[in-house]
Design a protein around this ligand. Sequence first.
Ligand SMILES: NC(=O)c1ccc[n+]([C@@H]2O[C@H](COP(=O)([O-])OP(=O)(O)OC[C@H]3O[C@@H](n4cnc5c(N)ncnc54)[C@H](O)[C@@H]3O)[C@@H](O)[C@H]2O)c1
Length: 376
Amino acid sequence: MANLGIGIIGCGNISTSYLRLAPLFKGLEVRGVADINMEAAKARAAEFNTKALSVDDLLAAKDIDIVINLTIPDAHYPISKRILEAGKHAYSEKPLVLTLEQGITLRDLAKAKGLSVGCAPDTFLGGAHQQARAVLDEGRIGTVVAGAAAVQNHGMEAWHPNPDFFFLPGGGPMLDLGPYYVANLINLLGPVKRVGALANMPSATRTIGSGPRTGETVPVKTPTNIHALLEFVNGATVQLSTSWDVWHHRRSHFELYGTEGTLYVPDPNFFGGTVEVAGKDGKVEALAPWDHPFGKVNQSHNGRDLANYRTAGLADMAVNHMAGREHRCSLERTLHGVEVMTACIKSGETGQFITMTTTCTRPEALGIAEAQALLR
Ligand SMILES: NC(=O)c1ccc[n+]([C@@H]2O[C@H](COP(=O)([O-])OP(=O)(O)OC[C@H]3O[C@@H](n4cnc5c(N)ncnc54)[C@H](O)[C@@H]3O)[C@@H](O)[C@H]2O)c1
């Protein structure tokens, strides 16, 4: 396969991961970066030995086929729309868009132009999550009847130097961290039928804890504490808690309860981790990790060994687009995820259960050989 030219719009915090990890994958070549702030683009370009372009020039560049949208959530829709209008494939950081309507516009535009749209998270392609998927598909815990997933902490203002967007509509723990959990629930259980939630916003402001703006307060304009119930099309019922108002807790990240046993899935925010299974006797077995390429430790972060293969979803999109197949981090699945998450927030406001209007299929499992083939 000839290399596809990759451009990146948005040269903030997460862009370093993409610029560092994209070269791991076959067929992807970063050919330029852009940002509304030219200085940010120039700094990243110098750091990673690529070109800094204006957003207009990057969108017009003939050698760029796919543009990765790493802007802030509020800019995801307008920038992805411009990417498609420029005739290029779009791959966005999460959340894909902030409303279902925006996602439908992107879907129609992409279809009309024969372009692919993909969206993070791709962590469900990680070795641990694919191992959990295999355990489930082998029937080891029987039919899933229920589950519980929780991502709870005290938010982003302590570490992110510009945390404003986390506390504005489009942010909050449901749209910021929920995507990892919802994408993995779709990977394991398929589409959602309806949701209901309770939500609130205990603090009106948050105080920045790092960087040049330390001590400055930012307004909170979106719920930061959301506890949802998800009913899946397959009948499973899952409790999903997303909160930035919890200092400490002892809930596990992700558990599925089946007719024959329980599956403990590691944090869907990461590619690796230990999968555990308990049978009817209640004995918990920690499974030896698979020899899956996207579960191998390749990074140390704050003293923690991590497997980080961000961009895997993009590599999968590139390969499958060429072959005319649906890729795993597809627009249909992420759009369904957006509907699930925005409906949880809406249900928190109205107190009503909300039935989904979109659906999707479970992505194909990503086995060891297929994952290996994506790497150089
Ligand atoms: N930081 C992380 O660890 C992390 C992890 C996973 C996903 N994400 C997601 O990645 C996205 C970016 O996060 P970040 O932490 O890098 O944010 P950031 O604020 O550090 O960077 C965003 C960049 O986008 C640029 N930008 C904003 N609007 C733009 C526009 N209209 N046109 C061009 N450039 C524009 C900004 O100037 C900034 O340089 C978010 O959607 C976030 O949810 C971040």
